[in-house]
Ligand binder design. Structure first.
Ligand SMILES: [Zn+2]
Length: 367
């Protein structure tokens, strides 16, 4: 942004808007020496690189605004000012050089646009500490206000409240494991999947933790990633189906939500890979002898729904292209068949019944 400013790439109006953003420079200097050192050092580098006349302190103040908003272009753009909250009505996504702000629910003219930089599905304590540490920001949204009035773990029901300490221990361990997963350190996916599975099992066993409550939601996301990285396509498929059928409809109520759309695409992709099983028999990969499946028909069903929702979905153009490519590929596999997939409604319904069965079995096993 400094380089663009030095080259006069912004209009005065855009710069004026950016200058109106609160800077957190003194808070950062006083409360977070490490972050301050990082900003000061990069200001030095930015000054040297850009050759700007701007003073280092001014560049640091830019940096402090960036620390607060992460993407200052958001606020410096001519669009209405965006506010951070956990109770967001729009999603922000970068797609190559473009930034997209998509409404995830109807926004009336003149309404404030709210976006979230954190995982809003996390519990209120975690959300607030993350916002404080990363963005120097105390959230006062309706979701936080509501969540703060409810006792922690209220979703567990009265019967599990007696053994809360064991449960809290398991919860802390789960978040530590998630931290490990998100760090850049290379891990063995097989071992990670095993640890994630036992963490999920433990939380569900000790506390009958609902699959739609964190940290279970994120543990399952990581489990799917680890299973697929370990080439365990069958188990990855079942877990992606659990997420698609049991988790996402509750966690992301709207079918057009970008995360829900991405997870649907992931399920379709895994179903397509199942179909490419070497012996052409996907039942072996699923570890099933009593359920014969046609996963590519299921992939067709998921993708056709994604294509149907294309215009309304809160996704970016490159995602829509990816969906189209996969849909074309899947349609190609039905070429020459007597009956087109769109005329196989009963078969598709039966495929979903089988998936329901697989999902129930996985959940009965505790993960
Ligand atoms: Zn909030």
């Amino acid at each position: 942004m400094i380089v663009r400013t030095a080259h006069k790439k912004y209009t005065n109006g855009e710069l004026e808007l950016f200058s109106q953003l609160e800077t957190h420079i003194s808070e950062i200097r006083d409360q977070s020496p490490e972050q301050w050192e990082r900003i000061a050092l990069s200001s030095k580098a930015v000054k040297a690189y850009s050759g700007t006349d701007m003073k280092e302190e001014t560049i640091s103040a830019f940096g402090a605004k960036v620390s607060k908003t992460s993407q200052p272009e958001l606020s410096a753009s001519p669009c209405p000012k965006l506010l951070l909250t956990c109770n967001y009505n729009a999603a922000v996504t970068f797609d190559s050089d473009n930034l997209y702000i998509k409404a995830i629910r109807p926004i009336q003219k003149g309404d404030q646009i709210f976006i979230s930089y954190i995982d809003a599905t996390n519990p209120v304590k975690l959300r607030r500490s993350e916002l404080r540490e990363r963005y120097y920001f105390d959230c006062h949204c309706a979701k936080c206000a509501k969540d703060l009035t409810e006792p922690e773990h209220s979703f567990l029901g009265p019967e599990t409240q007696d053994d809360l300490s064991a449960l809290e221990g398991a919860e802390i361990e789960a978040y530590e494991l998630l931290n490990e997963c998100s760090s850049a350190v290379e891990t063995d996916p097989k071992k990670t999947a095993k640890r994630l599975r036992s963490s999920i099992k433990f939380l569900r066993k000790v506390g009958a933790w609902p699959v739609t409550e964190q940290p279970l939601v994120s543990l399952r996301d990581e489990l799917i990633a680890s299973l697929l990285a370990d080439q365990d396509i069958g188990s990855g498929f079942v877990q992606a189906a659990v997420r698609y059928l049991r988790v996402d409809p509750v966690v992301y109520g709207d079918e057009r939500h970008p995360v829900r759309q991405l997870h649907a695409y992931a399920l379709a992709r895994v179903a397509v890979s199942l179909d490419c099983g070497e012996d052409g028999d996907s039942t072996g990969l699923l570890g099933l002898v009593d359920v014969r499946m046609e996963p590519v028909l299921l992939a067709w069903s998921v993708l056709s729904r994604l294509v149907e929702l294309e215009d309304e979905a809160c996704t970016v153009p490159s995602f829509k292209t990816m969906v189209r490519w996969l849909f074309d590929d899947v349609n190609e596999r039905f070429k020459g068949d007597k009956k087109k997939p769109e005329d196989r409604g009963d078969d598709i319904r039966r495929e979903w019944e089988k998936i329901e069965l697989l999902v129930d079995r996985a959940l009965e096993k505790g993960y």
